[in-house]
Write a protein that binds this ligand. Sequence first.
Ligand SMILES: Cc1cc2nc3c(=O)[nH]c(=O)nc-3n(C[C@H](O)[C@H](O)[C@H](O)COP(=O)(O)OP(=O)(O)OC[C@H]3O[C@@H](n4cnc5c(N)ncnc54)[C@H](O)[C@@H]3O)c2cc1C
Length: 330
Amino acid sequence: MIQNAYDLTIIGSGPVGMYAAFYGSLRKLKVKLIESLPELGGQLQALYPEKYIYDVPGFSEIKAGDLIKSLKEQMNTVKENIDIIVDERVDYVRRRDEDNILEICTEKNCHYTKTVLITAGKGAFQPRTLELPNESNYTNIHYFVNDMKKFANKRVAIFGGGDSAVDWANMLNDVAKEVSIIHRRDDFRAHEHSVEMMKHSKVNVLTSYVLDKVEGEDKINKLYLKSVKQEENKEFIVDEIIVLFGFLSSLGPIETWDLTLENKALLVDNNKQTNIKGVYAAGDSSTYEGKVKMITCGFGEAVIAVNSIYGYLFPDKKNAPVFSSALKNK
Ligand SMILES: Cc1cc2nc3c(=O)[nH]c(=O)nc-3n(C[C@H](O)[C@H](O)[C@H](O)COP(=O)(O)OP(=O)(O)OC[C@H]3O[C@@H](n4cnc5c(N)ncnc54)[C@H](O)[C@@H]3O)c2cc1C
């Protein structure tokens, strides 16, 4: 019989897991947060800490790294109920027959809990490449932008047509010597506001072009682009190349836990519970009709999940206060 099992264990400490830990602790749950990377913050901290986010409520703009810093500060206000474990990847979850407690095992330890909230995002991510032969040998191809200073006064070519490509084109425009964005289609799949901003800037926008070949040894120094519309082909000199074609992602071990999946995400009900009782999911890991993969939606899902978990753990106290003002004064 396991004594002192946690009320709630959260797998994955991206923004959604961090906020869920804060809110769970605010609701006086005993919470454990397990993260496979050495630091908290998920995609925001690992992939785009310097990128501005324009759609978090209450902030006209905030750097992703600063949002994570604020979430840490918010968690610290109720830290007495939260245990944080980093550098441990959860490999499996199983329910123990003897006491109905859930056992969560990483490669290092097993953890015991009454409920689980999976906020593991898309799991481990792998960037899509340009598919050049020996692409990994070139030292000036980047798939993440961790430090904008690297691109100061450089000629930068960005490949991609989504939000991250457009956002980085806008942000590097003031830092780099020259920014070109190369996209195979005419239209960008990015926020209209950001696309407008880019088109009215000095960013060199090259639509309907694909990469034909490159020149250079350790570093690529020249790009040859082919028009997909039989227009004039282009060639130009570059110092740095950023490839933002998105990621191949896999939930990894989570896919083998007998949880119902749809489009590689965990299908949840209105309470954010998966097909397994006591196992919930929120954020990019989860899906349901109308799901939008955004930070703000993940925060809302975390609140719904934690309140459902509270009801599951304490069915008699379902109507306990849920607002922070009421909870803080308890
Ligand atoms: C370049 C880019 C720009 C973006 N811009 C915006 C934007 O402007 N606005 C917006 O709303 N959204 C944006 N997004 C999307 C946003 O980042 C995601 O919606 C958000 O990160 C989802 O948060 P999450 O906490 O669900 O998952 P994640 O941030 O993916 O965090 C999941 C965490 O779980 C951990 N994990 C995974 N598997 C395990 C395991 N087995 N054991 C332990 N830990 C595990 C991972 O290491 C990771 O830290 C952007 C995404 C990208 C890539």
